[in-house]
Design a protein around this ligand. Sequence first.
Ligand SMILES: Cc1ncc(COP(=O)(O)O)c(C=O)c1O
Length: 359
Amino acid sequence: MRKLNHTHGGNITEISKRYDLRAEDVIDFSASINPLEMSKKARQIVIDGLDSVLHYPEQFAETLTSQISDFHGIPEECILAGNGSTELIYLIPRVFKPKKALMVIPTFSEYRSALELVGCNTDTFLLSEENGFKLEVERLIGALEGKYDILYICNPGNPTGALVSKDAILEIVDKASNYGTLSIVDEAFIDFVEDESVKKAAIERPNLIVLRSMTKFFGIPGMRVGFAISSKENIDRMMVYKEPWSINSLGSIAAIESLKDTGYMEESRRFVEKERDHLFSSLADIRWLKPFPSVANYILARIKNGGLDADMLFDILAKKGLLIRSCTSFEGLGNRFFRVAVRKREENERLANGLRQVQ
Ligand SMILES: Cc1ncc(COP(=O)(O)O)c(C=O)c1O
């Protein structure tokens, strides 16, 4: 059997061993996590709540689900919490048993892995660099044409950072519905542009499932919390296949507290926007780089010329303790693309300096 592709950023332990660095000396630009880290209030709740691990967590994270419901204005019966959105990415093909899928690429590799496990055939719809990785709605609708059971769109795109408007997503979802295609819209990074979420539309549309992650924006990737929003009927179907206790007690209380910390959320958006603009300009000023505009907390860039590819660049920077995400494993991108997370100003400057010294 073919090995699944689980290449991702954030492998600090492995990389620090490989490059003989101390983990604390590595600056991780390869995983796109909130540069302000987790909410201070959430952190305190986790410390104070350590003893909660002495008991089983709620079977289906009912208290967290209720908090998500209040925060997002979605009925509880239309929400299913998971152990990161990854658990739900793997759950969906098991529940809906698609035979043929279309994925808008370049994108997150786990959709394909999850689909292949249930024997689903996959086609891809390639976004072009010439078009700034913008999704051409009519072309996608044309490609769908009754041929697919399931469609995957990541919005904002990872690794591109490009946003598809809410109206465009809904136009695609509704056309897909006419063809009997279930649309999965992965909004793992939409918190940075929350108004563009199609979360509310998912309540009433039986062919739409929205996936949300709480690990990136809320800075808790080690605690694994995410959720799906869809019609009550779809959530009920997914519940049948869902294991109990997959959201642990600490992840659950951290996520609940994070959703109460509106000050942290506002500050995170402001901070990321400012630092993203600054980092973008620094990258754009490097003559051999082409960065792509992003609405999220990461930037995709291409090495324009010379004999350098993204893996070589990764190696050069890793030796300096700067960890970038080479995008050579992303289907549909060549070997010259890499992605960097937006971090704090001083760290971003160290990255820009490291890059300037390369060629
Ligand atoms: C686009 C996208 N979706 C989903 C995930 C999974 O996130 P999590 O399982 O931490 O919620 C990731 C993680 O990198 C991602 O980039």
